[in-house]
Ligand binder design. Structure first.
Ligand code: RIB
Ligand code: CA
Length: 313
């Protein structure tokens, strides 16, 4: 097998984060160096616990899970229990984790790993607010040149926002962190709502996870059947957008996605549009193209990949 891609998953589980983690665990092309939890969908004490629950669900209790930022850089914390439930992982009844949380602070783990791994070999996969990533860049600016790429879920353009008319949750929670990351010069691949809203957890797709007949398949179906309720009511759709697994799927099958290099700038001044990702899709400014912004997805191929890989766990 070709060299495995070394990744760190930074996450705020969250049912969609959980499915992204399971996809990574079911994919031998990836070497998960660690999972770093951040406050987001629910507070940090729950996101780190949920990350450990998913590691154990996947049968990977040896995975290193670290706790990171307990709050955004500047703004007051915002969470999303209305979407994910009070545990952040409502749906399945998963046992309390027995694997230990790592002592080391997640931001120190990110810095130490990037500084010790070979130059340009580690991909960061942020699935939540970018607080940990920004703190790592502040703690050790040298990591910016050493990181292979950042593949993140966040933002939106033609699709607008999902927390305000202008802003998507991950960016809205910590716009200052997002601003720092998008100005860092690190190669970024961005999965905005414009992509994830095309990846709907239709009943026929959830059924395929159920039909796996495994603990992972059933837990995934239970997670999705809870997680989709909020968006089905909001959008009147069959199923809800499956955001975070798009990040991992890109690492495995980039051909599932299409987009273009654009300038992405983050609103951090106006309360009206706070956290908006201002994406220059038509190249009307001279601002540098700092991200590969995805716009389309082969959603059938995406769900086929998910079912096949989760079926291996
Ligand atoms: O807006 C969707 C994003 O916010 C997803 O990452 C979801 O898990 C939440 O973190
Ligand atoms: Ca998330």
């Amino acid at each position: 097998m070709a060299d495995r891609q070394k990744i760190i998953i930074d996450t705020d589980p969250g049912q969609d984060d959980a499915v992204a983690m399971l996809l990574a665990f079911g994919s031998p092309e990836l070497e998960i160096l660690g999972i770093t939890a951040v406050a987001g969908n629910v507070p940090l004490k729950l996101t780190e616990k949920n990350a450990r629950k998913i590691c154990e669900l996947a049968g990977k209790p040896e995975t290193k899970v670290f706790a990171g930022a307990i709050r955004p850089l500047v703004r007051d914390p915002v969470s999303a229990e209305e979407v994910h439930g009070k545990t952040g992982l409502d749906g399945p009844d998963l046992p309390e984790p027995t694997m230990k949380l790592q002592e080391q602070y997640a931001v120190d783990f990110i810095v130490e790993t990037i500084m010790s791994e070979k130059f340009g070999t580690v991909t960061l996969c942020p699935l939540g607010p970018l607080t940990n990533i920004a703190l790592a860049l502040i703690r050790e600016p040298k990591i910016a040149k050493r990181i292979r790429q950042i593949v993140l879920m966040g933002g939106g353009f033609f699709e607008g926002g999902n927390v305000t008319p202008a802003a998507e949750f991950n960016i809205f929670v910590d716009p200052q962190a997002a601003d720092l990351v998008f100005r860092s010069g690190i190669p970024i691949v961005m999965m905005p709502l414009d992509v994830t809203h095309k990846a709907l957890t239709k009943a026929s797709r959830v059924e395929k996870f159920r039909k796996l007949g495994t603990r992972v398949g059933n837990a995934t179906a239970d997670m999705l059947e809870f997680f989709e309720l909020f968006d089905e009511r909001k959008y009147g759709s069959d199923g809800g957008p499956l955001h975070d697994p798009c990040v991992i799927a890109y690492l495995l099958k980039p051909e599932l996605f299409s987009g273009r290099e654009c300038n992405v700038a983050i609103e951090t001044g106006s309360e009206l549009t706070m956290g908006m990702t201002v994406i220059d899709w038509w190249g009307v400014t001279k601002r540098p193209k700092n991200a590969l912004v995805m716009h389309d997805i082969d959603h059938d191929g995406f769900f086929d990949l998910l079912v096949e890989r989760l079926g291996r766990l």
